[in-house]
Design a protein around this ligand. Sequence first.
Ligand SMILES: Nc1ncnc2c1ncn2[C@@H]1O[C@H](COP(=O)(O)OP(=O)(O)OP(=O)(O)O)[C@@H](O)[C@H]1O
Ligand SMILES: [Mg+2]
Length: 183
Amino acid sequence: MSVLETRDLTKKFGSLTAVDGMNFEIDRGEIVGIIGPNGAGKTTFVNLLTGVLEATEGDVIFDGETLGDAPVYARANKGLVRSFQIPQVCNDLTLLENVRSAVLSRERRNNSMFSVLHWEDESRDEAIQLLERFGLEDRQNVEAETIPHGDKKILDVCMSVAMRPKLLVLDEPTSGVATDNKH
Ligand SMILES: Nc1ncnc2c1ncn2[C@@H]1O[C@H](COP(=O)(O)OP(=O)(O)OP(=O)(O)O)[C@@H](O)[C@H]1O
Ligand SMILES: [Mg+2]
């Protein structure tokens, strides 16, 4: 069964049709890339999937459910998570605090498998493991504003993975990221 399907998804900005009748399907476990030149409509398509923009026509069906006008947070709670072309991290929080906030928001959504007593430690341990996975653990205690743009993008993806999404949509995840970091 497909995890995501779009039916005739269309977005018009006045006379400009940025996304024109997209019929698209992604199966569970599938990795799909969308390519196109600047202005082709990739970000607009991502914004339609994730509820940042309202479609002019058409539907998004996620995990068997038509999303209609569900807002961004409701889609994220259902497991449809995105990262941004311009990273969305809290600059005045440390890397660890940023990732922990994503872990904790996921646990709140799931009514928490952690007891309150263990919440502090478990969210911290999980956030450190995630930072290790993305090669950022050596800077876990520095504020996000001090790290290079490419690393902020990696942090943004790390936070998206912390949400344990059913589908993770990445908008230009590697632009501005050093080549030796692209693994
Ligand atoms: N909010 C908006 N209002 C009006 N036009 C818009 C808006 N957002 C995007 N567009 C236009 O829609 C078209 C598609 O833009 P979009 O940003 O989706 O392209 P893209 O494929 O992501 O490009 P890039 O590779 O540069 O990121 C462009 O012509 C753009 O100018
Ligand atoms: Mg774009």
